[in-house]
Design a protein around this ligand. Structure first.
Ligand SMILES: Nc1ncnc2c1ncn2[C@@H]1O[C@H](COP(=O)(O)OP(=O)(O)O)[C@@H](O)[C@H]1O
Ligand SMILES: [Mg+2]
Length: 267
């Protein structure tokens, strides 16, 4: 195994401030696991790699950091790097784009197509606050990552499950009108459902301080509200309504555009 193929946390750097935030966050994650960190630049000169390595190493002196310069198309080359990555970390923005653009094309491509979990870092990432995970009907690999991230950080974990009237009725028959719904009873059902879904994980991670919240809200609004104080938010990359090959679910996409804290996307 060579330095460029061994299991590692990989961060893409392009000389932008956002990518430096990503490199520092990745160094912290590498220290927690522990794994080496590989900083990759796709381009013709590696000047930006030196700066990123310096900052990442200063942030985490104990982490082994390699750099790698690749040529080719940025998104395709990083997807290739992701084949041997445990986690791919990117800034939300790069050097291109335009003011007001919330997510760059490279980040967007990796969020949709990377074969490993992807973390997108927007601002200087906080190292305090809870880890938040959105729990829907299909939550499993995202819960694994979230419990693991909270345990390593010794941070509380908030498991958020949102529900709306359409969730309750669309799958079944339109036998009730919203006006006839006993919301208190539904809320109780949703709370029970969430607790059931998390029971196995609580057993596996007994030391994680877990908060369970079932709220009547849209997923994006609920998760963005939690993201304000969080240090990491974990979601599945594909929503229930997006079939295979359709790319990102709408919730993941909205979080990538608007979450102030790093967003982890899990397949
Ligand atoms: N050439 C590249 N090499 C390595 N990583 C890159 C490269 N271009 C972009 N990235 C990564 O993707 C992130 C977002 O950049 P990008 O999607 O290109 O946004 P923009 O459209 O603003 O340039 C960067 O912060 C960096 O982590
Ligand atoms: Mg770019």
């Amino acid at each position: 195994m060579t330095e460029s193929t061994e299991p590692a946390i990989v961060a893409g750097v392009d000389g932008s401030p956002s990518a430096l935030n990503a490199a520092r966050w990745a160094a912290h994650e590498a220290a927690l696991r522990p794994l080496p960190l590989r900083l990759v630049h796709v381009g013709t000169t590696g000047a930006c790699l030196g700066e990123a390595q310096e900052q990442a190493q200063a942030a985490e002196p104990g982490v082994r950091i390699h750099t790698r310069l690749r040529t080719g198309a940025a998104a395709a080359s990083l997807i290739d790097e992701a084949e041997t990555a445990r986690l791919m970390v990117l800034g939300s923005r790069g050097l291109g784009g335009f003011p007001g653009m919330l997510l760059g094309s490279v980040s967007s491509a990796l969020a949709t197509h990377a074969p490993c979990p992807v973390v997108v870092v927007r601002d200087a990432p906080p190292q305090r606050g809870p880890v938040v995970v959105g729990v829907d009907a299909s939550a499993s690999s995202d819960a694994a990552i979230a419990f693991d991230a909270a345990a390593r950080r010794q941070a509380p974990l908030i498991a958020l499950h949102t529900w709306t009237w359409t969730d309750m009725t669309l799958g079944e028959t339109w036998s009730v009108l919203p006006i006839d719904v006993d919301y208190a009873e539904v809320a109780e059902d949703e709370r029970r459902l969430l607790a059931e879904r998390l029971a196995g994980w609580r057993e596996k991670f007994p030391d994680v301080d877990l908060g369970q919240r079932a709220v009547r809200d849209r997923p994006v609004r609920g998760l963005l509200a939690e993201a304000r104080d969080a240090q990491l938010i974990v979601v599945g990359s594909r929503g229930r309504h997006a079939p295979d090959g359709m790319g990102l679910g709408s919730t993941s996409q909205a979080l990538l555009h608007h979450s102030p804290c790093p967003v982890a996307l899990v397949r």
